[in-house]
Design a protein around this ligand. Structure first.
Ligand SMILES: Cc1cc2nc3c(=O)[nH]c(=O)nc-3n(C[C@H](O)[C@H](O)[C@H](O)COP(=O)(O)OP(=O)(O)OC[C@H]3O[C@@H](n4cnc5c(N)ncnc54)[C@H](O)[C@@H]3O)c2cc1C
Length: 459
């Protein structure tokens, strides 16, 4: 016999639990299904654990630089990897348990643990139970996409999930992938004390970014002793004497990189292949992402897809924003759309990159008449006082409207201060507003008005 609900939420990622709560506030009877760990990727294998580990790695880094600040540490700095992992686990546990408790304690929600599969447009099966509802919200996220490299099926490798169990120091971590995940783990493990090699297929790290940003990031990481191979195709992986040998062709030259451990960070794929979508008639694209419109509706009435599985974003904030859009449209009578949001993200290496809006190459591609300002972090007093002057800030504005089109802030606090610019972009305010405001001294942000004094035409 089928159990009837008003709504079913599949997956407890970054939008499902919030939407479930909002549905109950509207008096709906909701079923929530989670197959593994409550809170999904961000909480268990993504943002929260990596940023906790990055904090430990930064502490080690600052301790090693203690003498630069006149601080004396007697003896070498040693990292206790078991303690690092225990700290990370404790932080993760708070969020993981918080999500689960929040769902279980809500009288309007019935929690099911198990793998959900559609067996019809309005029907889902989980652990032998049949659930039916008029509205179904899919929030199943994604997982590491492991490329079909010859040898990968027999070589032990780590992903962003399995590396969470590591409580020892890999002697030499070889990382496939030079984008966000690979670079954050790369710098982190280098700072813990591992030798690190990053192998990137593209000619540039973080290929979405402008070349000046990607080159500066490379310089920062190489400055810490990370070996980076770009334009590098991996042709085979093999186990050799307890080590992992990676055959690479980089810049036309064949070589072999041998490490103690291999981390695959080459991309993510949606968890949609075993969801029974065909039984419900839900369409996906050729990569498995569920097709949605700007209001996150699938092709089947009453079924929505939120978060990484819809291919419209790949971040916690995009998933949460999906919840906000759906909730506003369903309950507040609004007409919010994914197209209205401005792209933004952080790359949490140290110093971080904060990105908002268009890159320089986006602006050029669109042929927008624009002005650009750039300032090295060496010119920022706050960075100088902290002896952390790596990176630069770049802001692009529309030459006509004087509105900000995009910003890349690679430097201390770049991930925080870029959000002030982001809000200006949402407000569609001209940059003059920032120039006329009074800012706190000494901060990074106080330099932003001066950048606008030096805007140059983007040739
Ligand atoms: C290493 C790493 C670092 C990251 N760092 C950041 C960061 O700093 N900032 C940021 O914004 N983003 C970051 N991200 C991305 C971010 O984690 C994801 O974008 C975010 O978690 C997406 O959430 P989601 O809502 O799509 O679902 P997810 O968080 O992926 O959760 C999906 C949930 O659905 C469950 N599920 C899947 N299939 C089924 C099924 N059939 N039945 C029942 N349950 C199912 C899963 O078990 C999971 O709990 C990072 C990702 C990684 C891997």
């Amino acid at each position: 016999m089928a159990h009837r609900f008003d709504a079913i939420v599949i997956g407890t990622g970054q939008s499902g639990p919030s939407l479930a709560r909002r549905l109950t506030e509207a008096g709906r009877k909701v079923a929530v299904i989670e197959r593994k760990r409550f809170g999904g990727t961000c909480v268990n294998n993504g943002c929260i654990p990596t940023k906790s580990l990055i904090a430990s790695a930064r502490a080690a880094h600052v301790a090693r630089r203690a003498a630069d600040f006149g601080v004396v540490i007697e003896g070498p700095v040693r990292v206790d990897m078991k303690a690092v992992k225990a700290r990370k686990d404790a932080i993760v546990r708070v969020s993981n348990e918080g999500v689960e408790e929040g769902l279980r304690e809500n009288p309007g929600i019935t929690v099911h643990v198990g793998h959900a599969r559609f067996t019809g447009p309005k029907r889902v099966e989980v652990d032998g139970a049949v659930l039916e509802a008029e509205q179904i919200f899919i929030n199943v996220g994604g997982r590491a996409d492991v490329p079909l490299i010859p040898g990968i099926e027999v070589v032990p490798y780590l992903t962003n999930s399995s590396i969470m169990a590591v409580d020892f120091l890999p002697e030499h971590l070889v990382i496939l992938g030079g984008s966000y995940i690979g670079l954050e783990f790369g710098q982190m493990y280098r700072r813990f004390g591992s030798e690190v090699t990053v192998i990137q297929r593209n000619p540039h790290l973080i290929p979405r970014e402008d070349e000046d940003v990607s080159s500066a990031i490379r310089e920062i990481l190489e400055g810490e002793g990370i070996r980076i191979l770009t334009d590098a195709a991996v042709t085979r992986v093999a186990e050799r004497g307890g080590k992992v040998a990676v055959s690479v062709t980089a810049g036309g030259k064949a070589m072999e990189v041998t490490g103690s451990h291999l981390l695959v960070a080459t991309g993510r794929r949606p968890n949609t292949d075993d969801l029974g979508l065909e039984a419900a008639g839900i369409e996906t694209d050729e990569r498995g992402f569920i097709k949605v419109d700007g209001q996150l509706r699938t092709n089947v009435p009453g079924i929505f897809a939120m978060g990484d599985c819809n291919g419209r974003g790949a971040f916690t904030h995009t998933s949460y924003n999906d919840f906000e859009i759906i909730a506003a449209n369903l309950f507040e009578g609004e007409e919010r759309r994914v197209e209205d949001r401005i792209i933004t993200y952080g790359l949490f290496i140290d110093p971080p990159l904060g990105r908002a809006g268009m890159t320089e190459k986006d602006v050029r591609r669109k042929g927008i008449r624009a002005l650009v300002a750039k300032m090295p972090m060496e010119d920022v007093g706050r960075a100088y006082e902290r002896s952390e002057t790596q990176g630069f800030m770049k802001i692009i504005v529309d030459a006509g409207s004087r509105q900000i089109l995009g910003a890349a802030l690679l430097g201390i606090e770049g991930d925080e201060i870029v959000q002030g610019l982001l809000d200006m972009m949402y407000a569609k305010a001209p940059y003059d507003v920032i120039q006329r405001a009074m800012h706190i001294h000494p901060t990074v942000y106080e330099m932003i008005p001066y950048m606008f004094e030096d805007l140059q035409p983007l040739e």
